[in-house]
Design a protein around this ligand. Structure first.
Ligand code: FES
Ligand code: FES
Length: 157
């Protein structure tokens, strides 16, 4: 017998949201299917690729590994919450440096990169590469992504 659903209440990109979900539903599925925020992608589904990166109560996490029950009352930021009326500086830098190619990894890269910038953890190329080590990209070879992250960290386009 499957467990009864719970009413999950959380703050998503600054807005109060709720959804009736199974307690062990993956946060990734809640985000995409129940909250309708399809910017967060599924890659491996096993915590290896970072495509599903979101910021949960200030920490960078893989949404494919987290059950809904763990996020009751939490504050969640997804890629949809990064831009205001304008693109964020990191999004602008991705555009300028060609950091997105097929784009599959891009939402996770942007979320992880934003978290690094907010932690003031981007000081040089080695640090940027290490900071993005949990996010896999098969297209860009990371050079353009790292260039974009460094540029955003230095406040240039
Ligand atoms: S889909 Fe979550 S880490 Fe790959
Ligand atoms: S742009 Fe294609 S996987 Fe990163």
């Amino acid at each position: 017998m499957s467990s009864p659903k719970i009413l999950l209440k959380l703050t998503v990109n600054g807005e109060s949201r709720q959804a009736l979900v199974h307690p062990m539903a993956r946060l990734l599925d809640v985000i995409r299917e129940d909250l309708g925020l399809t910017g967060t992608k599924e890659g491996c589904g096993e915590g290896e690729c970072g495509a599903c990166s979101v910021i949960l109560d200030g920490s960078l996490v893989n949404a494919c590994l987290i059950p809904a029950i763990q996020v009751q009352g939490a504050s969640l930021r997804t890629v949809e919450g990064l831009a205001g009326t304008d693109l964020s500086p990191l999004q602008e830098a991705f555009l300028h440096h060609g950091g997105a190619q097929c784009g599959f990894c891009t939402p996770g890269m942007l979320v992880a990169g934003t978290h690094l910038l907010e932690m003031e953890a981007v000081h040089d190329e080695a640090g940027a590469r290490e900071g993005l080590a949990g996010n896999l990209c098969r297209c860009t070879g990371y050079v353009k992504i790292v260039d974009a992250l460094l540029a955003a960290g230095e406040g240039r386009p």
